[in-house]
Design a protein around this ligand. Structure first.
Ligand code: ATP
Ligand code: MG
Length: 261
């Protein structure tokens, strides 16, 4: 790994790049995964690389939905495995839920490597190596799923998922929780709960909220879900991004004035 000083203003983002680059070198992440990370970084930059208020509310709703779920399932792809493998395993164990390897650019070798990586972090239920059913409405290997995993789940967490697959899972009647830095992606627009945040902040935040809500009565969790609107969350996310941009524009004005321009 390249040595990046902690004091570097882009430390977190550069570390994430290193993890993705390592993921590609180790056969866990696809080359296209690097481009997906870059698209995410762009949105992270213009939302200030912090968890927005709207994302925190979405994360609370996601925690409530996952705690209320009868059969939750968590999807893992090559970027998720490179960035937050230990955290995904911790989340699965908290919820007693399976992790399912689910790749947009599927190769049997990559599926096995990701499953092995999750098991090396202590995962007990890893699916995806022997798919036995198909998500209706998707083509080719993108439809592949496993009974007992995402296919039968009532609530699914799909970090960094493709829009078509998100839509197909919603059509199956599932509560779909997305983690996606782009509030305008098809995934964010179609999901039941969209967490517009970097997965590296979102998953630890989700774990914290699940821990603090875990003793709550079901009615309280149901009330959190009743009060939640994904439409409002996404429009609030866009407004928070706009506020951030406006603040940077003010800084530019101030800098221009003090330089006499
Ligand atoms: P869609 O198909 O939903 O319209 P897309 O084609 O832009 O969206 P994909 O390339 O299919 O999206 O998936 C990558 C998505 O993951 C992007 O929306 C990107 O913003 C998001 N993303 C990438 N890296 C991260 C990350 N570290 N944390 C959260 N989201 C991320
Ligand atoms: Mg896409």
């Amino acid at each position: 790994m390249t040595d990046i000083p902690k004091s570097h203003p882009r430390y977190a983002s550069l570390m994430a790049r290193e993890r993705i680059a390592d993921g590609v070198r180790n056969g866990i992440t696809s080359a296209q995964g690097m481009i997906a990370q870059g698209r995410g970084e762009t949105f992270d930059y213009i939302l200030g690389e912090r968890t927005m208020r709207s994302a925190d509310r979405a994360t609370l709703a996601a925690a409530a939905a996952l705690l209320l779920a009868e059969r939750p399932a968590l999807s893992v792809n090559g970027n998720v495995a490179a960035l937050v493998p230990a955290e995904m395993v911790e989340l699965a164990s908290l919820l007693n839920a399976p992790l399912e390897v689910n790749l947009f650019h599927r190769s049997e070798d990559r599926v096995r490597k990701i499953a092995d990586l999750l098991r090396s972090h202590g995962a007990r239920m890893v699916l995806g190596e022997s798919p036995d059913c198909r998500v209706p409405g998707l083509e080719h290997s993108r439809a592949l799923a496993t009974r007992g995993g995402i296919y039968d789940a009532d609530v699914v967490l799909i970090p960094l998922e493709d829009g078509d697959r998100c839509e197909a899972l919603v059509r199956m009647g599932k509560t779909v929780i997305a983690i996606d830095l782009n509030p305008l992606s098809r995934t964010s627009m179609k999901a039941s709960i969209s967490i517009v945040d970097n997965i590296m902040r979102a998953v630890p935040n989700l774990i914290g909220k699940i821990r603090s809500l875990s003793g709550s009565p079901r009615e309280d969790l149901q009330a959190i879900l009743r009060d939640y609107s994904n439409r409002n969350t996404l429009s609030d996310a866009l407004l928070e991004m706009q506020e951030y941009i406006t603040a940077r524009m003010r800084e530019l004005d101030t800098a221009g004035r003090s330089a006499g321009r």
